[in-house]
Design a binder for this molecule. Structure first.
Ligand code: ZN
Length: 167
């Protein structure tokens, strides 16, 4: 069990474009295991590699906290190939402790990715899974959920963001 430190808003690693995983070796497998330990410790629903300071295209989604039957997902080199509908829902982000607000997302998405064994997979995700996949996938492109704030909301949260920000 290894809990890594979660990078906070203000750290430039969160704004980098992450690189594809070339080979799913022991280092990548260890990263994923540590990400699950870190996510469970933080009681979050999703975590991307950049949030533990690694600019690789990997994220995990684990909704077992809110849905006992949920299957934890590991997505390596993911690509959202289809997005349908729009739904607004509240989101938080472990890199922004204490900040929650409504974000519009696709209601369902089709995502292609590799699993930990390197198998190519394609799933259609709905509801909270779809939301989490879009949020985490954004992290791999250096996009953060605050980028969806309107100018007015941004003013509203300015003080809070300043407190969260490091560096
Ligand atoms: Zn996030």
């Amino acid at each position: 069990m290894a809990i890594r430190q979660i990078v906070r808003y203000g750290n430039p690693v969160l704004r980098n474009e992450s690189k594809p995983v070339e080979k799913i070796d022991d280092k990548v497998k260890q990263l994923v295991q540590d990400m699950f330990d870190t996510l469970r410790d933080a009681k979050g629903l999703g975590l991307s590699a950049p949030q533990v300071g690694v600019n690789l295209r990997v994220f995990i989604v684990d909704l077992t906290q809110v849905d006992f039957d949920a299957e934890p997902l590991v997505m390596i080199n993911p690509e959202i190939i289809e997005k349908k509908g729009e739904v607004i829902g509240e989101e938080g982000c472990l890199s922004f402790p204490g900040l929650y607000f409504d974000v519009p997302r696709g209601e369902q998405v089709v995502v292609e990715y590799q699993d930990l064994e390197g198998n190519r997979k394609r799933i259609r995700a709905y509801g909270l899974t779809a939301r989490a996949v879009q949020h985490e996938n954004d992290h791999l492109d250096g996009v953060l959920f605050i980028d969806y704030l309107s100018a007015a909301q941004r003013d509203l949260f300015a003080g809070k963001l300043k407190k969260i920000k490091v560096g």
